[in-house]
Write a protein that binds this ligand. Structure first.
Ligand code: S3P
Length: 165
């Protein structure tokens, strides 16, 4: 039985790489944010507005426990998921964890070209403000991400090659 969790900052490509990894190993794929959105029939942004970040984190934890019941699956988690409650320990206990590690500059480049407004924590942040937010937040989050069993880093092409090998 295989259960693989992908962790990493927003914009690191967890969903795209998770789909590739799942296809490569004949596993199913679940994106935790999409699971939450279909379960509650609301977007992540709506949940943040209605329940605040604290409410969202509770929902995220409960849903993480639900999807961790699945077998032979790759699960892409939201960027904050490993950093709240005991979620990182929990994932390490029930599966293999992979951290997709990008530099703040690489993340800023990818996030500034992604759809605006989709990620509540990045709403209204552009240019220098976005890069500063990424640098500061990544500094707080990396100790959690670095507890993953495996770290994959480099250019987009290098990451894709490591995922599919
Ligand atoms: C978040 C990341 C998002 C989503 C929510 C909060 C975060 O997921 O869970 O907006 O705290 O980093 P992605 O990492 O898939 O963007």
């Amino acid at each position: 039985m295989q259960r693989i969790f992908l962790v990493g900052f927003m914009g690191s490509g967890k969903t795209a790489m998770g789909k590739l990894l799942a296809r490569r190993h004949g596993l199913s794929f679940i994106d935790l944010d999409s699971y939450i959105e279909s379960k509650f029939r609301k977007t992540i942004a709506q949940i943040f507005t209605e329940a605040g970040e604290t409410g969202f984190r509770k929902i995220e934890k409960n849903c993480l426990h639900e999807v961790a019941e699945f077998e032979d699956v790759v699960i892409a988690t939201g960027g904050g998921a490993p950093c709240f409650y005991d979620n990182m320990d929990f994932m390490n206990q029930c599966g293999e964890t992979i951290y997709i590690r990008l530099t703040p500059g690489h993340l800023a480049e990818r996030l500034s070209s992604s759809r605006a407004g989709v990620r509540p924590l990045l709403k209204d942040k552009t240019g220098d403000e976005l890069e500063q937010y990424i640098t500061e937040t990544l500094q707080k989050r990396e100790p959690y991400y670095l507890r993953a069993n495996r770290i994959i880093e480099g250019t987009d092409e290098q990451i894709e090659r490591q995922i599919t090998n």
